[in-house]
Design a protein around this ligand. Structure first.
Ligand code: FES
Ligand SMILES: [Fe+2]
Length: 442
C-alpha cells in the first residue's frame, strides 16, 4: 500500500464551493472538506514546520503536528535539520513526548527501542527474541522522514509526500515578505525562542488565517482597544490611510502598510514611533550591516503583515502558525520575532507581544472571540454563501500581484480561496499554478 491509498474519497465538489466573489459556508464546517484539506494541503503540500533558531545546536529537537500527525524536528550531529515521524516503528507509540529538548537519541517508552536523532534504529532490547530473523525484521525500521524538507531564510518547511513543486515555487512572491522582515535584522537572522503562546480557537483554521489579512474588521472587532489606547501605528479607518491589500498569488496575501509609512517617511511608526536614540546599539549594528540609507528605509517601511499559505503568518514583529484541530477548532501559536543582538528592541518586543497576543492581550482575544461567533453563526445552513466581493471592481493587476488600494477590500480572501480551491481540486502542481498569479477574478 502506498500512502496515496489512504486518501479520503473525492466526494467533495470543490468547484461548486468556491466562486470568485463568495464561498460556500460548509467550507468551514464540513468534516469531509476538513479531511480533504489534511490530505491535499497538509500532507501533499509544503507547510511551515519550524524555524531554524528553534533547534540551533546539534541534538536540539522540537515536536510538532502536521495535518494531525506527530513529527519531530531534530538537528542531527551533522548539523542537518530533519523532520521525522514521531511514531515508534515497533508498535506505533509516540516516541518523543516533550515539546522541546536536546538529545542524541530517542528511546521509546513502551519497549525501549532506541533511535538516533537522524532517525536510525540503533537499539532493540532483548534482540535474541527475533532469532535469526533479526536483520530481516528490523531492516528499514528507522524513523520515517518527511518526503521533503527545505528552508528559506531560516523558515523550515516540510512536505510529507513527494512535493508537487519546489519550496521556492510554493513561496512565490511571499519570499519578498520574509526578506522584508529579515531586512530589520543586522545579521539577517531571527531568534524564535521566546516561546510560543498557544491560543485554542473554537473556529475553523481558515478563519484564523483569513482574518489575519482582513483590513475591514479592525474598527469593529477591536473597538475596545481603540477606545482604551491611542492607535500606535496609523489610523484604522481605511479611507484615511494609504494602506493596500494584496493577493500575492499561490494563496499568499498581505496588508501592506509600506505605502503609508513611506508617505510619512518616519521611522518606527510601526513600533510605537520609538525614537532611534532609544535603540543605539541596534541602530549602529544595522548601519554597520546595511549602510545608513537601507537602514533608514527598513526602519520606515517596517515588517511585513503577510499570510503564507497555508499555516504561517508574518504578523509584523510576531510570527503565527496555525494548526487545524478539526473543522471547528484550531490552535494559533504566536511568538515574537526577536532579532539576535538587538536586546533593546527585543525587550520592548516581548512586552508588545504580551500586550497584543498574550493571554490577557488586546488583539488576539478579540479575534478569537469573533472566530468563535463566526463558527457559531455558520452552524446555521442558510444563507448558503459567505460574501467576499468587497473591492472586486477596484482590484488592480501589477507585477506584485492583485493589489487594492482600499485596505478594507477582500482581495486577500479572494486570493486565498482561489488557491485553496485549486489545491483541493488537485491542480496546484508545478507550473499549473501560473493562472493563480494572474487576474482570474472573472
Ligand atoms: S512501541 Fe516502541 S518499542 Fe514497542
Ligand atoms: Fe483582528
Amino acid at each position: 500500500m502506498t500512502e496515496l491509498d489512504t486518501r479520503p474519497p473525492r466526494a467533495v465538489d470543490v468547484p461548486a464551493l468556491v466562486k470568485p466573489d463568495r464561498v460556500h459556508g460548509s467550507v468551514y464546517t464540513s468534516q469531509e472538506i476538513y479531511d480533504l484539506e489534511m490530505t491535499r494541503i497538509f500532507r501533499e503540500g509544503w507547510v511551515f514546520v519550524a524555524h531554524e533558531s528553534e533547534v540551533p545546536e546539534p541534538g536540539d529537537y522540537i515536536t510538532r503536528r502536521i495535518g494531525g500527525e506527530p513529527w519531530i524536528v531534530a538537528r542531527g550531529r551533522d548539523g542537518v535539520v530533519r523532520v521525522l515521524a514521531n511514531r515508534c516503528t515497533h508498535r506505533g507509540n509516540r516516541l518523543c513526548n516533550a515539546d522541546a529538548g536536546n538529545s542524541s537519541s530517542f528511546r521509546c517508552p513502551y519497549h525501549g527501542w532506541t533511535f538516533s536523532n537522524d532517525g536510525t534504529l540503533t537499539g532493540v532490547p532483548m534482540r535474541n527474541g527475533y532469532g535469526e530473523q533479526f536483520d530481516a525484521v528490523l531492516n528499514g525500521l528507522g524513523l520515517k522522514p518527511a518526503a521533503a524538507v527545505d528552508s528559506y531564510r531560516g523558515f523550515v518547511f516540510a512536505c510529507l509526500s513527494t512535493p508537487p513543486k519546489t519550496l521556492l515555487e510554493h513561496l512565490g512572491r511571499a519570499t519578498t515578505a520574509m526578506d522584508r522582515l529579515l531586512a530589520l535584522s543586522p545579521t539577517g537572522e531571527l531568534d524564535l525562542r521566546a516561546g510560543w503562546m498557544k491560543h485554542d480557537m473554537p473556529c475553523n483554521w481558515k478563519m484564523v488565517m483569513e482574518n489575519n489579512v482582513d483590513g475591514y474588521h479592525a474598527l469593529f472587532t477591536h473597538a475596545s482597544v481603540y477606545d482604551a489606547v491611542k492607535p500606535a501605528k496609523v489610523s484604522h479607518i481605511p479611507s484615511k490611510v494609504e494602506v493596500w491589500v494584496r493577493d500575492l498569488g499561490d494563496g499568499h496575501s498581505e496588508i501592506d502598510y509600506s505605502p503609508e509609512y513611506t508617505r510619512l517617511d518616519e521611522e518606527f511608526v510601526w513600533f510605537g514611533r520609538i525614537r532611534r536614540e532609544k535603540l543605539p546599539r541596534y541602530v549602529a549594528a544595522m548601519e554597520e550591516a546595511y549602510g545608513p540609507e537601507d537602514t533608514h528605509r527598513a526602519f520606515v517601511v517596517g515588517p511585513p503583515h503577510t499570510l503564507i499559505f497555508p499555516n504561517l503568518f508574518l504578523a509584523e514583529m510576531n510570527i503565527m502558525m496555525v494548526e487545524p484541530m478539526g473543522p471547528g477548532r484550531s490552535i494559533a501559536y504566536t511568538t515574537p520575532a526577536l532579532i539576535p543582538g538587538a536586546d533593546e528592541l527585543n525587550e520592548k518586543m516581548l512586552r508588545r507581544a504580551e500586550g497584543a497576543m498574550g493571554p490577557a492581550g488586546f488583539l488576539i482575544a478579540d479575534d478569537g472571540e469573533i472566530g468563535a461567533r463566526n463558527q457559531l453563526g455558520l452552524a446555521g445552513p442558510a444563507p448558503e454563501w459567505v460574501v467576499l466581493s468587497r473591492g472586486t471592481e477596484s482590484d488592480l493587476n501589477d507585477a506584485t500581484g492583485i493589489v487594492n488600494h482600499d485596505k478594507s477590500a477582500e482581495t486577500p480572501q479572494r486570493g486565498w480561496w482561489r488557491h485553496w480551491a485549486s489545491v483541493l481540486a488537485g491542480q496546484a502542481s508545478a507550473g499549473s499554478d501560473s493562472d493563480d498569479k494572474g487576474a482570474v477574478h472573472a
